[in-house]
Design a protein around this ligand. Structure first.
Ligand code: SAM
Ligand code: SF4
Length: 451
């Protein structure tokens, strides 16, 4: 669950050629219609929560717009995992205050993980925010935008996205781990697993309405349990129901070998595993309360590589956690080389108030953190570059995720989970076959589609 996004996604986009002046209607918005802009920060869970809020505002008769200047209501759906995410949101809140004074924006709502944190009341006072909602009471937005009050329900039961080529389906919320550095259990609460029947019903509805790619979401999806069933059972059923399936994020302590084998066996499952390791040092893994040793992680990767030889593997790594020594860092570098990651999200430790690590002291100096960060990054990129080079000249079936931009290239994904730039005007959700012509550390480049 690590991809960082800051993106306005649209269900019914309203395009304007220029920003309107104060009091002016954005072009394309019906007379009298109210407008709303949703800005999302953070991981896929937040993108999905924004999708739910989008459905509420559209149902309430708002038109969705792309810029703050055009919006009556601005919703900032936020991330609290690292301090720089909060700094970015503060910057946006400052700009929104200015637009409010100029009479452009009328109301501002702060939702998501910052909304669930203790810091939210101080932000509300400082920036005069109209509505603050955490991740557990997103449903209260309904009343705020003029819809009937919603029955209190845990978030996954709120409707998600429908009718798009690709959709997220939440299978669990919260997390039962207590990793030393992590604020997620505080802002998202303990794990709640959604019943299999509900998940399958949502997947079936999505597929019926045209969705061809379903991503199962949760902080530790592989910890999913319900009525004696485990994650592997759920994944198997979803893989029967949807044409293309992926899942994120998994926890190494919960990852079962049979799930890894299922990825290799089932044609509809994208052969990409995201398994955050955080550190290669057993000492650090213990301090972090991760619940596994590096050797156990390595064994999981061996099973994955054997079961899914063509698969891709990504991870999350934290550098500079309090107490991390040079020896610990060397062990992380060794693990990176041994596992041959195809990509990694590397984070500099960010102290979060209320977490154990924030109180630990023994912090790593910033210049050391920066050096270690670059060393891990270089090691990952070298591996990734070498592995990606092996794909050059192969012919791949590519799922188009984002349609072509002005340079005529679309962004797609292979069945092994590689990101590919491909010259095609195929639409999102369609497949093209193309030969890989070159490769960098992060992406493959394909030629014209082969008919
Ligand atoms: N549940 C997932 C897991 O256990 O792997 C991760 C969820 S967390 C939102 C995404 C990533 O953010 C983590 O894997 C970790 O690498 C990083 N992260 C979380 N807290 C952090 C902190 N305080 N400082 C730096 N990175 C952090
Ligand atoms: Fe945070 Fe650890 Fe839970 Fe992941 S498993 S969300 S890192 S507490």
């Amino acid at each position: 669950m690590s991809e960082t996004v800051e993106t306005p996604r649209t269900v019914t986009p309203v395009r304007v050629s220029r920003k309107p002046g104060p009091g002016e209607r954005p072009r394309g918005v019906p007379e009298g219609a109210r407008t709303a802009c949703i800005r999302t920060f953070g991981c896929q869970m937040n993108v999905h929560d924004s999708d739910r809020m989008r459905r509420m505002i559209l149902e309430a008769g708002y038109a969705e717009v792309q810029s703050y200047e055009e919006a009556d209501l601005v919703i900032l759906n936020t991330c609290y995992v690292r301090e720089n995410a909060v700094d970015r949101v503060r910057g946006h809140l400052g700009e929104l205050n200015r637009l409010r004074r100029e009479g452009r924006v009328k109301k501002v709502a702060l939702t998501g993980c910052i909304g669930a944190s203790a810091e939210s009341s101080q932000l509300q006072r400082q920036y005069g925010i109209d509505l603050v909602l955490g991740t557990h009471n997103t449903y209260e937005l309904a009343e705020f935008v003029g819809l009937p009050t919603m029955r209190e329900t845990y978030t996954p039961d709120l409707p998600g996205t429908e009718g798009e080529h690709s959709a997220f389906v939440t299978i669990m919320t919260g997390c039962n781990y207590q990793c030393s550095y992590c604020i997620v259990p505080t802002v998202r609460g303990r794990m709640v697993c959604r019943p299999m029947r509900n998940v399958l019903e949502e997947v079936e509805q999505l597929v019926e309405s045209g969705t061809s790619y379903v991503t199962l979401l949760g902080q530790t999806v592989d910890a999913w349990r319900h009525d004696g069933k485990r994650f592997c059972d759920l994944l198997e059923r979803v893989a029967d129901a949807a044409p293309r399936v992926w899942f994120t994020t998994s926890h190494p302590s919960n990852m079962e070998d049979r799930t890894l084998r299922l990825i290799g066996d089932r044609e509809t499952i994208v052969k990409r595993l995201h398994l955050p390791v955080q550190s290669g040092s057993d000492r650090m893994l213990r301090i972090m309360h991760r619940g596994y040793k590096a050797e156990r992680y390595r064994r999981k990767i061996e099973v994955f590589r054997e079961a899914v030889p063509d698969g891709t593997l990504s991870t999350d790594i934290i550098v500079g956690h309090p107490g991390e020594t040079e020896e610990d860092h060397e062990q992380t570098l060794k693990l990176v080389k041994d596992c041959g990651f195809d990509s990694a999200y590397i984070f500099k430790f960010s102290p979060r108030e209320g977490t154990e690590a924030a109180e630990l002291g023994d912090s790593v100096p910033a210049d050391v953190v920066q050096r270690r960060f670059l060393e891990v990054l270089r090691a990952v990129e070298q591996n990734a570059f070498t592995r990606n080079q092996c794909k050059v000249r192969s012919v791949e079936e590519i799922y188009v995720r984002h349609g072509s931009t002005e340079d005529g290239k679309a962004i797609g994904e292979t069945w092994s989970g590689h990101a590919v730039h491909v010259r095609t005007d195929a639409r999102p959700g369609e497949y093209v076959k193309a030969r890989i012509e070159s490769a960098g550390p992060h992406v493959l480049y394909a030629g014209e589609p082969i008919t």
